[in-house]
Design a binder for this molecule. Sequence first.
Ligand SMILES: [Fe+2]
Length: 455
Amino acid sequence: MFDIYNGHHSIENTDALAHFEAAVAALARHRPGIASLLDGALAAEPNFIAAHVLKGFAGVLLAYRDYQSDARQSLQAAERVMEKTKPSRSEVCLVEALRLALDGQCLKAADVLEVGLLDEPNHFLLLKLSYGLRFMAGDPVGMLSLTSRVLPKWSPGAPAAGYVFGCHAFSLEEAGEFHDAERFGRRALALAPDDAWGLHAVCHVQEMQSRFDDGIYLIESSRKAWQGCNNFKFHVAWHLALFYLEAGRVDDVLALYDTEIRALRSDDYRDIANAVSLLQRLQQEGVDVGNRWDELAAIASARADETSLMFASLHQILALLACGQQETARSTVAAWQVAASTAATDQSCVANRVGLELGQILISNDKDGAVFDKLARQLPAIGGSIAQRDVFFRELVVLACQANQHDAAQKMLALRAQVRSEDRFHRTMIAKCMVERNMIEKSLAAQPQKALNVA
Ligand SMILES: [Fe+2]
């Protein structure tokens, strides 16, 4: 049977298929209820391979190890069905990809899904899962390559076409193709007005261009498109807060933090990332955030030995440091040192390439200028978006200034300005670098004079 999103299944059960289609629709629209819809599909048809796999991938995308055993059970269930049936080619790809992802090989898993897309470029689930894995694994080049390859095969009238346009829009934005990104994002919204991801791609363009008035208008006037989302709605609210902050509306930022961004104190790593990076920005601006760090640091402390996703751990380190928990932050880095030296996974590579050194420099700022520059250039490897990673970019600039590495700070600011407009942070830090350099130069110039006077 085929589902309406072009998935080919080795089952014959329309009730199960209807549940599965609703789950895929929820995935496309970032809506809640995917797990119960998949349970409904599996209750109607226990031999539904793609339903088992999607349930497993839900655990993979949540990253933390707590979800791994359920995801492995889903994989085993899918493998058992495979042994007693003749699976479709895409079902084989889905199962193999889940197996690789659970072994920490997300990029290889994405490659396998894309082999399936060679034969079936309109298979939405293969596309969406590969795209999600590449986003998580820090492969923006792969995301754009993927959406550029498949998009020409999609008719705008296809049921999921709007969401595919939204994916392409975000890929373009992360590649710095802002004009085309906004064009595709608005096309996505025209095709699918509930495409929160497409809407969010346009927000990213506005963020990169510091068009905070446009961003505030777009998000506030589109609440219908994103307020029914799962926890993705917290992330869209986070974008709104970034625009408020750039506009200098600090009270609105704090209110939004309390009522929307952190209304639910979950330990989902994406929710934690929103909260941490916003508080860190506020703190960089000298805003008193009260005791808001405390609950984040408590979660970070409970997960100090978690080594599933470097992006998540680096945010946890910021929360721990904000509450003076240096030792726990060090133990997070130590756990990663062990994991990165013993397992050959994507995330071990990320740790060795950038994560370990970045974690260490956040805890103890004792590096030279060359290290700052190297880390700033390697940041995309930690995954997430440019806007999400900016909290670390900003922190590197602040730390370089604190270490009197003003050349390194200005070099990083220039690098940052290559991908985004010169925003308030840029202007503030450039001015700070100039003032501090002048002070140092004056002080150095005064020293020989003093020596002469003494002589
Ligand atoms: Fe975003």
